[in-house]
Design a protein around this ligand. Structure first.
Ligand SMILES: Nc1ncnc2c1ncn2[C@@H]1O[C@H](COP(=O)(O)OP(=O)(O)OP(=O)(O)O)[C@@H](O)[C@H]1O
Ligand SMILES: [Mg+2]
Length: 255
């Protein structure tokens, strides 16, 4: 199962949700891989104790697809373990920026999909974090994935961005990945007492958007978890935010 977290809007919780749900997945016994495709390396720093510029990384993987090697490495050679059982990562690198045009001009858009097929026998679950843009890497991820989770932060700009994203996703489905499923929209940093977020969610549901029932509250614990470099399931297993994330995981993966 390959799940990509995508929204062209920045700061909506893609990295936070990808890493925390992956950590819950690992804790539930699934051998889980996070792939960080964002040059900001947020998921990488979260899971690798704040380290940047870790090698081997996803940029080195993409680079070898455009350079000649007698012995081409497998994508498995780019996997790092984390300090959490069952949880692994292929880290990102700022070098992705410099490779992007070369990869595009050499038509390498299906490379990630082909490589991840061989990972299906190694990992039970793959969680892919993307940048806030429909660039070469997020498109590669959407072509490689079985499903897409869209975090939103429940303001009016989010709703407009969502219409735009779903059009893109339909086009990607039609042109490249007929199996791609929009698994659902997650209302992140949801304030239960405020009227606007609830109205936005209700309207999206009325328009038949697949919105997860479980919302994720705004809590300073999320930022603390980033700072401590520890997913919430390990840092604060009994906290409300962790419980909400676990419920969301149950919706994603009903028993
Ligand atoms: N539920 C939450 N409660 C409080 N803060 C949150 C919550 N979710 C995310 N944040 C904070 O919001 C900021 C943006 O979150 P995050 O980096 O996960 O978003 P993103 O969509 O990955 O951003 P980008 O588009 O830049 O990659 C971070 O500082 C994070 O700690
Ligand atoms: Mg991010």
């Amino acid at each position: 199962m390959k799940r990509v977290f995508f929204n062209k809007k920045g700061g909506v919780g893609k990295s936070s949700l990808a890493v925390n749900l992956a950590a819950i997945s690992a804790q539930r016994g699934y051998k889980t891989l996070v792939i960080d495709l964002d040059t900001q390396c947020n998921a990488t720093q979260y899971l690798l104790d704040g380290k940047e510029d870790v090698s081997p990384n996803i940029a080195e993987y993409f680079e070898q697809t455009i350079t000649f090697h007698i012995h081409r490495k497998s994508i498995r050679d780019y996997v790092h373990s984390t300090c959490f059982d069952n949880l692994f990562i292929i880290p990102s690198s700022p070098e992705l920026t410099f490779l992007e045009t070369k990869l595009e001009s050499r038509h390498k858009i299906y490379k990630l999909r082909d490589s991840l097929e061989e990972m299906a026998s190694v990992f039970d679950r793959i969680y892919i974090d993307t940048a806030p843009a429909l660039n070469f890497y997020s498109l590669s991820a959407l072509i490689a994935a079985d499903s897409c989770v869209i975090p939103i932060d429940c303001d009016d700009f989010s709703r407009k961005a969502l219409y735009n994203i779903t059009n893109h996703l339909e086009e990607i489905k039609e042109d490249h990945n007929t199996g791609l499923k929009i698994e659902g929209i997650v209302a992140n940093q949801f304030i239960k007492r405020a009227l606007l977020p609830k109205r936005i969610i209700d309207e999206l549901k009325e328009e038949s958007y697949p919105v997860f029932e479980q919302t994720i509250s705004a809590s300073v614990k999320m930022r603390e978890s980033h700072q401590e470099k520890k997913p919430l399931i390990h840092m604060a297993p009994k906290h409300t935010l962790t419980e909400e994330l676990s419920q969301l995981f149950d919706e994603l993966e009903p028993a």
